[in-house]
Design a protein around this ligand. Structure first.
Ligand code: ATP
Length: 324
């Protein structure tokens, strides 16, 4: 491998810049040329590609988002789109690709490898922590801290007014953000996609909390919770069935994606960037660089694409006990 391309794809996540920086500087360290591909697969198809050197990535380790920009490309889902992408890789002499993104981005990378034998390595960059084969994804820790900070602020107003707040956080399939931020911010109840609590049990539990002397409540709800209601319907339902509380709904939304990456995410991104370049140098392909028990690991991209098996039971118990 002589020329490595790097792109960010799918939803952006804090720490992606630190990962790009690490890939670029690892290339310099190993005497490789690095090419930055703008706007993910869209830029690869358009040929929006620039040489990067160690100085091109200064002053970005502390910045959220991705300076290479990200995109969702419909064209890359088609064989014709991928042909254009491949032709551009050849045109620039790129002979290895680092894809920083989530499962969709990895699926695209795998297609490029399967169809053209092109060497690809993935780095998990998504705030949801929903990638199999790695304990953490880049951006997750920062998002957790952002959510806890936001809930702390909402708690001030909740406790001043005897209000009950339902706070929606990101996580369509994964309850990691809801569960961990919920425990960290002292939520009374946490609704996650992996567990169907049932709205009636929720009401009963809130009634018990009220009886035990609580005057305000925070309920953290993951986007993909199993209540079968959207958060506003759920808020109305709770207000109807639980007298004595004013219910308010707050959807945290995109603030969860932004902000300066935490130190943890910067270090993780730096480690994974080095790991990705070293994997390509060692002739590896179709692997994701992840972290398991603090060790940098390589897992097949196909394993990374399998549904993550969640083991939330211990955390759920902690949440139940500490919210008593
Ligand atoms: P996030 O988890 O933040 O949503 P993601 O990487 O899963 O990130 P997607 O939008 O699912 O985000 O995928 C990013 C891009 O990867 C898509 O816009 C598309 O270009 C490419 N991609 C996704 N799925 C496929 C597929 N089946 N075949 C080819 N390319 C794909």
């Amino acid at each position: 491998v002589k020329n490595i391309g790097v792109l960010t794809s799918g939803g952006d996540a804090p720490g992606m810049n630190a990962a790009i920086r690490s890939v670029v500087r690892s290339c310099t360290y190993y005497n490789l040329q690095c090419f930055g591909i703008h706007k993910g697969y869209e830029g690869l198809i358009e040929g929006d590609i620039r040489e990067l050197n160690a100085r091109s990535v200064r002053n970005i380790i502390n910045k959220g988002g991705t300076f290479l920009k990200s995109a969702r490309s419909q064209e890359f889902r088609t064989p014709e789109g991928r042909k254009k992408a491949y032709d551009n890789l050849v045109k620039y002499g790129i002979d290895g690709l680092v894809v920083i993104g989530g499962d969709g981005s990895f699926t695209g990378a795998l297609k490029l490898s399967e169809e053209y034998g092109f060497p690809v390595v993935g780095i998990p960059g998504t705030i949801d922590n929903d990638i199999n084969g790695t304990d953490y994804t880049i951006g997750y820790d920062t998002a957790l801290n952002t959510v806890v900070d936001a809930i702390d602020k909402i708690r001030d107003t909740a406790s001043s007014h005897n209000r009950l707040f339902l706070i929606e956080v990101m996580g369509r399939d994964a309850g990691d953000i809801a569960l961990n931020a919920g425990i960290g911010a002292g939520a009374e109840e946490i609704l996650i996609p992996e567990e169907d609590m049932g709205v009636d049990r929720l009401i009963e539990s809130l009634k018990r909390s009220k009886k035990s002397g609580k005057t305000s409540s925070i309920i953290v709800v993951a986007e993909g919770d199993k209540s079968g209601k959207n958060i506003f319907e759920l808020g109305e339902y709770v207000e109807e069935h639980l007298k004595g509380y004013e219910v308010r709904v707050s959807v945290l939304g995109h603030i969860q994606r932004g902000g300066a990456p935490s130190c943890y995410d910067r270090v993780l991104a730096s480690k994974l960037g080095v790991g990705a370049v070293e994997a390509l140098l060692a002739g590896k392909t179709e692997v994701m660089i992840g972290v398991v028990h603090k060790n940098i690991t390589e897992v097949p991209l196909r394993t990374a694409l399998e549904k993550k098996k969640y083991k939330h039971d211990k955390l759920i118990k902690v949440a139940d006990i500490t919210s008593i």
